[in-house]
Design a protein around this ligand. Structure first.
Ligand SMILES: *Cc1c(COP(=O)(O)O)cnc(C)c1O
Length: 361
């Protein structure tokens, strides 16, 4: 098999052009005689690349000056714990909005460090829609409000991430950052594990309003303190140099695609095509999510007869359509349509699904 269409939820597809460039540069990066992975992060060449990556990300998202951009490690999961350590003092409270698996996890990982208030939850509704903002029970004294912008497993997305007055909103955007334009200035802290829509795993990108870095948080080692990372340009210790480099190539690629408005249009069209195929299948395929909350990035769907699941997976893989098996928490199938998944991949998937339905009616 050559390069197949990859619908993996994460680690996910990377843009082909990015992989090809990394391949070309692997043995001799920019005439340096070694790969990017074999050089000091304190060297001139690496620092210049790192600064360019940050500048490109700032340009793509129009990040305001009073926000720091950090390139961290630990995965989004580590930051579920590290965010309350930094943003909440001992005994303080924080609001959590529950929309699916990852917000449940964020709340439970935060619980040792902050008094978690569940401000809203769609669990009783099987996570089929985001809870309407006017029903949130917000605590005006909360240190922050935590929201997951896109639930990667349940396929539920905020199409307009709410704000909460003076209380800063902390947003996990692991699976939809850079999928379209975003008004960064409305939020306190945005973070994303890289392996869905930015680069390889092992890197976390964080955009944080600088005044939040001045919060004392709780006593902790310096390595956990975001302010210390910001003060050292994310080089408090050795960063994920390979991840940072690939993220930089992805940012460059996004700019060449026309930026995030162009990506948003492309992503809308891709998701629209797949949802239309599901909804138009006469019940052969189903997506349970309220159309107003459907994710543009992760599309879970079931077959009308679960006895066909194994055959669907076997035939789709043979047709060069990878990683369509749904998460075990929801079953069925899931197609992840991140930036690096081209429209042709979705066309191939939709054609396969129609053909499968005809052959196994
Ligand atoms: C994948 C994912 C995570 C977990 O990321 P790790 O890097 O594995 O810790 C958290 N939140 C969301 C929304 C995700 O999609």
């Amino acid at each position: 098999m050559g390069r197949a269409w990859n619908f993996s939820a994460g680690p996910a597809a990377l843009p082909l052009a990015v992989l090809e460039r990394a391949q070309r540069e692997l043995l001799d990066w920019g005439g340096s005689g070694s790969s990017v992975m074999e050089q000091s992060h304190r060297g001139k060449r690496f620092i210049a690349m790192a600064e360019q990556a940050e500048a490109d990300l700032r340009e793509l998202l129009a990040v305001p000056e009073d926000y720091a951009v950090l390139f961290l490690q630990g995965g989004a999961t580590q930051h579920f714990a590290q965010i309350p350590m930094n943003l909440a003092g001992q005994g303080e409270r924080a609001d959590y909005v529950i929309t699916g698996h990852w917000s449940e996890k964020a709340a439970s990982e935060a619980a040792p460090y902050v008094k978690v208030n569940i401000a809203a939850s769609n669990r009783a509704d099987d996570y089929r829609q985001v809870p309407a903002r006017d029903g949130w029970q917000l605590d005006p004294g909360a240190a922050y409000v935590h929201v997951v912008a896109n639930e990667t497993i349940h396929g539920v997305e905020f199409h307009d991430i709410p704000t909460a007055g003076d209380v800063p909103v902390v947003v996990d955007m692991s699976s939809n950052i850079l999928s379209g334009p975003l008004d960064v200035g409305r939020y306190g802290l945005i973070y994303a594990g890289a392996q869905k829509n930015i680069g390889p795993s092992g890197l976390v990108v964080m955009i944080v309003r600088r005044d939040l870095l001045e919060r004392a948080g709780r006593p902790m080692a310096k390595i956990f303190r975001y302010a210390a990372h910001a003060a050292q340009g994310s080089m408090l210790n050795t960063p994920n140099t390979w991840g940072w480099y690939l993220a930089g190539l992805t940012f460059e690629w996004l700019k060449a695609q026309g930026g995030l408005a162009a990506m948003a249009a492309r992503n809308e069209a891709k998701a629209g095509q797949l949802y239309a195929a599901i909804d138009g299948s006469g019940g052969y395929y189903r997506n349970p999510i309220d159309p107003a909350s459907r994710s543009r990035m992760n599309v879970p769907f079931t077959l009308h007869d679960t006895a066909l699941d194994a055959l669907f997976l076997q035939e789709s893989e043979a047709a060069g359509l990878l990683a369509l098996k749904g998460h075990k928490a929801v079953g069925g199938m899931r197609a992840s349509l991140y930036n690096a998944v081209p429209p042709e991949a979705v066309e191939a998937l939709v054609a396969f699904m129609r053909d499968f339905a005809t052959r196994h009616g």
